[in-house]
Write a protein that binds this ligand. Structure first.
Ligand code: AMP
Length: 187
């Protein structure tokens, strides 16, 4: 199954993507994790992306699309995957659609994590405290949410229009949310 997890930063997509990926034995593909690995490794991509990520802005579409195209072509992706944090713009979603169509493939489902804005801010704050993520620093938090509203939220209508969108409440315990996601994926 090819699955997209959609929702604001701090909605719990990463935590759930890891669990669902294990449960369904498919890879978890996080463009944020890929970029952080590049920053850590000190590659050209990492050097280029770091200041963009720390400011809460988006890395340019072409860079991200190239990363994803390469990743989904790897053999472990042949039975599907969970995309977490991609697509994040309408052009990224369009590129993904045509990239998959060219391979005779398509996205099966888009799961939207529904979490109120106050709860998202609270979670980003606690993640900054526990993980020390630079892009969760308070100045950047509101910027990331603004960028989500302006550039990523339009994907809700994009995927609603092609009938792929399902909304899941992202409020509750990790186990409860996981059960809701599995129910959506298996019914
Ligand atoms: P995430 O871990 O998904 O919250 O991503 C962390 C940061 O990486 C984002 O705030 C962006 O700067 C960058 N990033 C991750 N995925 C994308 C994407 N699909 N498009 C553009 N930038 C991205």
């Amino acid at each position: 199954m090819r699955i997209i997890f959609l929702g604001p930063p701090g909605a719990g997509k990463g935590t759930q993507a890891k669990r669902i990926a294990t449960e369904f034995s498919i890879p978890h593909i996080s463009t944020g994790d890929m970029l952080r690995a590049a920053v850590e490794a000190g590659t050209e991509l990492g050097k280029y992306a770091k200041h963009i990520m720390d400011s809460g802005q988006l890395v340019p579409d072409e860079t991200i699309i190239a990363l994803i195209e390469q990743r989904v072509s790897e053999p472990d992706c042949s039975d599907g995957y969970i995309l977490d944090g991609f697509p994040r713009t309408v052009p990224q979603a369009e590129s993904l659609g045509s990239m998959l169509a060219a391979r005779g493939e398509s996205i099966d489902v888009v799961l939207l994590f529904d979490v109120p804005a106050e709860e998202v801010l609270r979670r980003m704050e606690s993640r900054r405290a526990s993980e020390g993520r630079a892009d969760d620093a308070s100045e950047t938090q509101r910027e990331r949410l603004k960028v989500y509203e302006a550039q990523t939220a339009p994907l809700i209508d994009f995927y609603k229009a092609n009938g792929l969108l399902r909304v899941v409440s992202g409020v509750g315990s990790v186990e409860e949310i996981q059960r809701r996601l599995v129910a959506e994926l298996t019914h």
